[in-house]
Ligand binder design. Structure first.
Ligand code: URA
Length: 438
């Protein structure tokens, strides 16, 4: 078998065998298959697709390219959630403490932001002292003691995905349902949780442009997770506008503290939906008891205290959670409405790009992040505005990237005459039992 035969086969729309898939995944991971041949194969997969069986075999080969974490010694239910990425998506930061208060373990490995999307690990590192690189043993001890911990992916978790993802990022091969599916599911299945909720986003700030393609991806991922013996479900959620009104690293921590104190905004409702689905998936709750436990965790202040406890356990300064005014935020500027009307649409990715221009995200992997910058949105799709109203506040550092950021935001927000239809937070829920539309 040679890599050239495998490329030819996929180019000719033929189905690859398990052995051929293992050959190219193992070969690329250990360096015997070079980047240029892997790029050609990835492009053939993007153009000609993969069957469900091929996608499963690819996920399995990537999952076994590194360690498979064993969390069984925790002796309880271990839950995980994964978002396909977006703007102002800080759900993990609230979900981890809320779910821990509901009596399940959250042992979460998260990623960094790249390009226009933010990353949980960067947001957490904006809390002074917070350590996202705990040893495996310390990670396990914090989860056991506190109930939740969030770290970056360990080096040997699905290393095949790390290499393949980096190559896809620079070869125009990100947007492929089988490749996204294998990338996400290999990491989820390797990270040791027994109950998984996938948050598959669609819209201008997501990889999937519309709910239909998000549903196709979600259905495949749920099928693979179910085959692997996990309790798994997927929500299809809207990413046509930033999820949190706070976008930027320290700003998103401030936004999450607001939610943990009970502020009811889009982010709150999305967090509640994800939490309720995850808790019912565990089999310990139904939707009514899950909602009661969720409300109790917020109303009693326990979720906020749990977040501070997790921060302290991961060597961060918990006083920033209890008093978020301590965060150093950049200098304020504003973007205002040029006309009267309704906000009819947003290009969410451009709001993410604006934050990157301000220094709050990376253009390349080695860029350092300015935690103090970002935006606070004052409008959402459907808001009524008058000329001169503030659409969003922009926080910058010494004017860096300010004019580019303001131009991007102005273009990203469309104001029209007619009030648009309501944008629901969730479009559908997919489980092994089928699809439930909202
Ligand atoms: N997130 C991932 O982890 N992988 C993808 O391919 C896309 C989103």
């Amino acid at each position: 078998m040679t890599i050239l035969d495998i490329i030819e086969k996929k180019k000719n729309k033929q189905e690859l065998t398990k052995e051929e898939i293992m050959f190219f995944i193992n070969g690329f991971t250990n360096g015997t298959v070079p980047d240029y041949q892997m790029s050609a194969l990835l492009m053939a997969i993007l153009l000609n697709g993969m069957t469900d069986r091929e996608t499963f075999e690819m996920t399995d080969a990537m999952l076994h390219s590194g360690d498979v974490v064993d969390m069984s010694a925790l002796g309880g239910i271990v839950v995980d959630k994964h978002s396909t990425g977006g703007i102002g998506d800080s759900t993990t930061l609230a979900l981890a403490p809320i779910l821990a208060c509901c009596g399940v373990y959250v042992a979460k490995m998260s990623g960094r932001g790249l390009g226009f999307t933010g990353g949980t690990i960067d947001k957490l590192e904006s809390i002074p002292g917070f350590d996202t690189a705990l040893s495996e043993d310390e990670f396990f001890q914090v989860v056991k003691r506190v109930g939740c911990a969030v770290i970056g992916q360990t080096a040997n978790l699905a290393p095949a995905d790390k290499k393949i993802y980096a190559l896809r990022d620079v070869t125009g091969t990100v947007n492929s349902i089988p490749l996204i599916c294998a990338s996400i599911m290999s990491k989820k299945l390797a990270s040791g949780s027994d109950t998984i909720l996938l948050d598959v986003k669609y819209g201008s700030g997501a990889f999937m442009p519309d709910p239909e393609s998000a549903l196709e991806l979600a259905t495949k991922m749920v099928a693979i997770g179910t085959l692997a013996g996990k309790r798994i479900g997927a929500l299809i959620t809207d990413m046509q506008q930033p999820l949190s009104d706070h976008v930027g690293n320290s700003l998103e921590i401030i936004g999450i503290v607001d939610v943990l104190k009970g502020k009811k905004n889009r982010l709150y409702y999305e967090i509640r939906e994800v939490a309720l689905r995850l808790l019912t998936l565990t089999g310990k709750y139904n939707l009514v008891t899950a909602n009661e436990a969720f409300q109790e965790a917020i109303d009693s202040g326990s979720a906020l205290n749990k977040f501070a406890e997790m921060v302290q356990a991961q060597h961060g300064d918990p006083s920033y959670i209890l008093n978020p005014d301590k965060f150093a935020i950049g200098t304020r500027d504003v973007v205002t409405a040029k006309t009267d009307g309704y906000v009819t649409a947003m290009v969410a990715a451009d709001i993410g790009r604006a934050v990157t221009h301000l220094g709050g995200g990376r253009m390349t992997k080695s860029d350092t992040i300015d935690f103090s910058v970002g935006v606070i949105m004052h409008v959402a799709i459907g808001s009524s505005v008058k000329r001169g109203d503030v659409l969003c506040e922009v926080f910058h550092n010494g004017g860096r990237g300010l004019s580019e950021a303001k131009a991007l935001i102005e273009n990203a927000i469309t104001i029209g005459c007619d009030k648009p239809a309501e944008h629901k937070i969730a479009y559908a829920y997919v489980s092994k039992d089928g699809v439930e539309l909202y």
